[in-house]
Design a protein around this ligand. Structure first.
Ligand code: HMG
Ligand code: MG
Length: 298
């Protein structure tokens, strides 16, 4: 049983770029975001409001949101770890925000400098302010199958954090395999466990492709009933607080898979490929997308 339609959450301009060492100008980020929107991507995580000391690439996020040439039905989302970030995102009219927690204590400390419980407490005022402002909040859980510091993570631990974020009011929970260690088996077990507590239609999957398992894991997730998939154009990025983790699964590769399955996304592959080459040229590298390189070689 596969879904007829899948929502792709494009995280390239945020998750993808945040770990690229070459600093990309706000104008080039804008060009990328606009090309993605023109390709039919209708959800684009366009930046994050975090400490520029921690993640220098995201320092231009305010400028990016300010200058965005917005298309009506496109959601331009921002990652916000605390009230300071939320306020900054609101000041430049982010369409919605995402809060991010982890299923691993050590990762929470390294990534956002606080415990899981402390992070949830920091999210409370964001949820309140967002509700007042009528802003949707997406929730992330990192390290859903493995942690760079703790190794294996119990699915129940993931379900606990996911449920807390969901009960706080997040409309969707994105399950992040931050270091890309999941396999079809561990991912299925994790999704089965979490979906016993949160309706499957409220869950999204977010795979990094470190071990080359992302597409297989996405297919597994689709079979479990997942209908929302996070991916990054050109397979950009990684996580600054997860050493060795490679980029997100490439949006081009996910689209090729979904097209092959006859699952609708509303995205035009040629335009998407162009966007991938545009940003890869700026980074002076080839897209980390087999589909993209295969098309180019034809
Ligand atoms: P902290 O040091 O504990 O915070 O950092 P603080 O409140 O003590 O503030 C320290 C400094 O940061 C102060 O500045 C604050 O003003 C500033 P200073 O006085 O030193 O000049 N500050 C901020 N600046 C801008 N925006 C803000 C903000 N808040 C405080 N919102 C903090 C806590 C969360 C800020 C820090 O740890 C941080 O920025 N971490 C970065 C986290 C990050 O961006 N990680 C990558 C994204 S998560 C991810 O990639 C995983 C995901 O993709 C899913 C997956 O794959 O698993 C989502
Ligand atoms: Mg990520």
């Amino acid at each position: 049983r596969l879904p007829k339609q899948v929502k792709i959450v494009e995280v390239g301009p945020r998750d993808g770029l945040q770990n690229e060492k070459t600093l990309i100008s706000a104008d080039d980020k804008l060009a990328l975001i606009e090309q993605l929107a023109n390709a039919g991507v209708n959800y684009i995580e366009s930046g994050s409001f975090v400490s520029p000391k921690w993640v220098p690439q995201m320092a231009t996020s305010s400028e990016v949101f300010e200058k965005l040439n917005r298309i009506n039905n496109v959601t331009y989302a921002a990652l916000t770890p605390n009230m300071k970030g939320f306020e900054a995102a609101m000041a430049v009219n982010a369409s919605e925000v995402a809060i991010f927690g982890a299923a691993s204590e050590s990762f929470s400390q390294k990534n956002i400098n606080c415990s899981i419980d402390e992070s949830l407490a920091r999210f409370e005022p964001i949820m309140l302010a967002a509700k007042k402002a009528n802003i949707n909040v997406r929730g992330y859980v990192s390290c859903v199958v493995g942690c760079p510091y703790e190794g294996h993570i119990e699915p129940e631990k993931v379900a606990d954090v996911a449920e807390k974020l969901f009960n706080m009011g997040c409309y969707e929970i994105s399950l992040g395999d931050t270091i890309g260690v999941g396999t079809a088996a561990s991912v299925k077990t994790m999704i089965d466990t979490v979906s016993q507590r949160i309706p499957i239609e409220k869950l999204a999957v977010h795979f990094h492709d470190t071990y080359g398992q992302a597409l297989t894991n996405i297919y597994t997730a689709l079979q479990s009933g997942i209908m929302v998939v996070d991916s990054a154009i050109a397979g950009l990025g990684g996580c600054p607080y997860a050493k060795g983790a490679s980029g997100n699964v490439a949006t081009e590769d996910v689209l090729y898979l979904l097209n092959g399955l006859g699952i609708k996304t509303g995205i035009n592959i040629e335009k998407l490929l162009e966007a991938g080459w545009f940003i890869s040229d700026k980074l002076d590298k080839k897209p980390v997308s087999k589909v993209s390189n295969a098309y180019r070689a034809q």
